[in-house]
Design a protein around this ligand. Structure first.
Ligand code: PEP
Ligand code: MG
Length: 761
């Protein structure tokens, strides 16, 4: 058992490192056969009641795609039907046995199979067979069950390409049309060429990527090696007089290693196996590093660092030559594990067609950022293996999926959709100067969420009446270190001036959790519950004071500043902030800077705040509900975890109840109240918010026209009736479909047709 368990860890780590879904699934099948020392290992996939053999080691290759069993038919069909493992000593004597001549299966007697289930749904059956009659041991049964469970945890798309035979297409060198499901990050459709973000400048961060053009990769590796050799030579010459013999030796060691056929041969072999040059280089350097780390001599062990350093030098040269040359007219789609704000800032917004993040979910920061910029985004698509630099791709933010190398017919359809999308935006433009007023005369304030200077103009042109949430962590994320007071002042001032006296809710630094700072990593087991928001800034009071001063100075002579504290869960946090605010105001006064004392408020995003609002009377002026984090904490669903994010919905009755309690507590205690999470941008939930008495909504600028259209076409009295009616449902989907029906009834059905213009009034 120990052996098999050990092998299991090996199998899982090999599978996770596989460079493509095909290799992953194929690799698992052949490893299971070898590790269990059996005659056959096969994988069947379920498709509408039919199980098809999609991968085998041991059966006749021609049987792949040809052996099909209905649910309940044969031993495989029986496992599918019962969703239970089957361990049979002599398969041919089993009553459910079904034979397939020519498959070669008749020689095998011992049979063991287990169902593969994903998210509660059967996706396939994993089988091993052996010639000798015998019952497989409990250890073997538990091994196969565990491997099947691991297969079940993979992305269903990994299987899809086995089924589609994409592997064969790929081998023939044809562009592979692939549809990959993720989750919706930001709605809209975009078409552009893929730019893969390689994950920073450290070679060790490079992910496995394949290449279609082995010759080109070999050439760029050769060029990079020559360039580094030149760099080493000129570096050594420059320093010749000033360096000691042992330092000069390091240059020699580097040169020798680069010129050694052993090292270069390793990289070249990996490239010839189909890996990209950076991936091949990383693999070779890792192999060398392992060898050095295993050495006993501490001096030699420490030379591993030299290998790493050298690897990074070659990688830097490879990046230069491998950079995709894209003209400024061409649209690009950024693809990365996580697409950071700095990645986005490297391109003019007009050139970006979409964002694809391998990790993350609808509420992660990359998604929030994409919405702010009006860029379609798909999150949580899994592996990089499928994506190739420069390929054409469609990002369908409505469906949460991407299409790689779309055929012309599909491309045309999506181009049409983009066209209608633009037409719709133009239609909405007509509402810009009309008030957001319900049909029974209630005036609603629509503000913008922002954090980038580049979305100030969209905010104003979409009719924002102020900024309801300025995410101040954004300028911190684009900086290389904590920005100084003057640097912050410059950015905040531009925002305050652009909105000239309109309310601007500036949130103090909210880092930690889903918002990491590249230059200040915080390692925590449970970051969502950790050192984040105001907990972090109060502990770093010097940084906090710098930010408060910069915000106050930015409001000089303009007014409208509201300071918003994130992640508050204790009254004491507000008290500590107020002491700092008093001190900052006094300091500025002494310096001759005249400012109005800003209004102060808290984000309601930790559920604990619900009970604290009465204790905050006299201390704060307003409450802003952050429904993204509030939903995360009420539902215990990590907003960045693509595995569970589909379970999160702000229309869950528990979220609706919590929001309503916060609204009531705030209004009854005389505080101003706004909602700035995604709930404010969802037409369905807006109906409920209006019913509760919310009069200020803040959202990504591009969402404002649609919400204005909704507000202008419903009455508060009708919305109150809807809030009453949804009380009878326990499932968010029931609530959503009830509210959709209501909106369609009000003539607002156009909202639910992506890109379709409707008569806008
Ligand atoms: C929220 O949590 O709802 C919110 C608006 O803030 P962020 O998404 O930036 O955490
Ligand atoms: Mg939040």
């Amino acid at each position: 058992m120990n052996n098999l368990i050990h092998s299991l860890q090996h199998l899982v780590s090999e599978a996770s490192a596989a460079s493509s879904p095909q290799k992953r699934v194929g690799g698992i099948v052949s490893q299971v056969k070898a590790l269990m020392d059996v005659g056959v290992c096969s994988l069947y996939l379920a498709d509408a009641e039919v199980m098809t053999l999609v991968a085998t080691e041991g059966l006749n290759e021609a049987s792949v795609g040809a052996i099909k069993l209905r649910m309940g038919e044969g031993l495989v069909g029986r496992i599918a039907k019962t969703q239970h493992p089957l361990n049979v000593e002599c398969a041919s004597q089993h009553p459910a046995y079904r034979s397939f001549p020519d498959s070669g299966e008749e020689q095998f007697e011992a049979f063991l199979g287990a169902p593969v289930v994903h998210g509660g749904v059967l996706v396939g059956v994993l089988v091993v067979e052996q010639r000798t009659r015998r019952k497989f041991s409990q250890e073997e049964e538990s091994f196969i069950t565990t491997v099947a469970a691991y297969l079940g945890d993979l992305d269903p798309d990994d299987f899809q390409c086995q089924r589609d035979g994409d592997l064969m297409n790929g081998l023939r060198g044809k562009p592979v049309v692939r549809r990959i499901r993720g989750v919706q990050g930001a709605s809209g459709v975009g078409i552009g060429r893929i730019v893969i973000l390689t994950g920073g400048t450290d070679l060790m961060d490079v992910t496995d990527t394949e290449t279609d053009d082995i010759q080109a990769e070999l050439k760029s590796f050769g060029r990079a090696v020559r360039a580094v050799l030149d760099d080493l030579h000129s570096g050594q010459q420059k320093l010749a007089k000033n360096i000691s013999a042992d330092v000069a030796e390091v240059f020699d060691v580097y040169r020798m290693l680069l010129q050694s056929s052993e090292f270069s041969g390793l990289v070249i072999r990996r490239i010839q196996e189909g890996n990209s040059a950076p991936a091949a280089l990383r693999a070779a350097v890792s192999e060398y590093l392992e060898k050095f780390e295993a050495m006993e001599d501490p001096y030699l062990r420490s030379r591993g660092e030299d290998i790493r350093n050298l690897g990074n030098r070659v990688y830097a040269r490879l990046r230069e030559s491998g950079e995709l040359k894209i003209s400024e007219e061409e649209k690009v789609v950024l693809v990365g594990t996580i697409v950071s704000i700095a990645d986005i800032a490297a391109y003019p917004t007009a050139q970006l067609a979409g964002i694809i993040s391998l990790e993350g979910s609808a509420l992660s920061h990359t998604a929030v950022l994409s919405k702010a910029l009006g860029l379609p985004a798909v999150m949580g698509v899994g592996h990089l293996g499928e994506f190739k630099q420069g390929q054409l791709i469609i990002v369908d933010g409505h469906q949460g999926e991407v299409i790689i190398s779309p055929p012309p017919t599909v491309l045309k359809e999506f181009e049409q959709l983009i066209y209608s999308q633009q037409a719709r935006l133009e239609q909405f433009g007509k509402l810009r100067d009309l008030p957001a007023e319900t049909s029974d005369g209630l005036r609603i304030n629509l503000l913008a969420n922002t954090g980038l200077l580049s979305d100030i103009t969209p905010g104003l042109s979409c009719g924002a009446e102020g900024i309801g949430l300025y995410r101040s962590e954004m300028p911190f994320m684009t900086s290389k270190s904590f920005p100084s007071e003057d640097e912050q002042h410059l950015v905040y001032r531009a925002v305050m001036e652009a909105y000239g006296g309109m309310p601007v809710y500036m949130r103090t630094l909210d880092i930690g959790g889903d918002k990491p700072l590249p230059y200040y990593p915080i390692e925590e087991d449970n970051p969502a519950l950790g050192w984040r928001g105001v907990r972090f800034t109060l502990d770093h009071s010097a940084l906090f004071m710098t930010q408060i001063r910069a915000m106050l100075r930015a409001s000089e002579g303009v007014g409208g500043l509201h300071i918003l504290l994130p992640m508050v869960s204790l009254v004491a946090e507000v008290d500590s902030f107020l002491v700092m605010l008093d001190s900052a105001c006094a300091q500025l006064e002494e310096e001759g800077i005249v400012i109005e004392r800003p209004r102060v408020g808290v984000m309601a995003e930790v559920p604990a705040i619900t009970s604290l609002i009465p204790f905050l009377v006299g201390k704060i002026d307003f409450v802003s509900i952050g429904t993204n984090d509030l939903s995360q904490y009420v539902l215990a669903i990590d907003r960045s975890n693509a595995r569970v994010t589909h379970l999160s919905d702000h229309l869950h009755p528990a979220v609706i109840d919590t929001v309503e309690k916060i609204v009531m507590a705030s209004l009854s205690n005389g505080m101003d109240l706004s909602v700035c999470g995604e709930m404010a941008a969802d037409p369905c939930s807006v109906v409920l918010l209006l019913a509760m008495g919310v009069e200020t909504l803040s959202m990504a600028a591009y969402g404002i026209p649609e919400i204005k259209w909704v507000v202008r076409n419903i009455s508060r009295s009708a919305s109150r009736e809807q809030l009453k009616q949804v009380r009878k449902y326990h499932h968010p989907e029931q609530i959503r479909s009830h509210l959709r029906a209501f909106l369609i009834d009000q003539g607002l059905g156009g909202i639910f047709e992506p890109g379709m213009g409707a008569m806008i009034t």
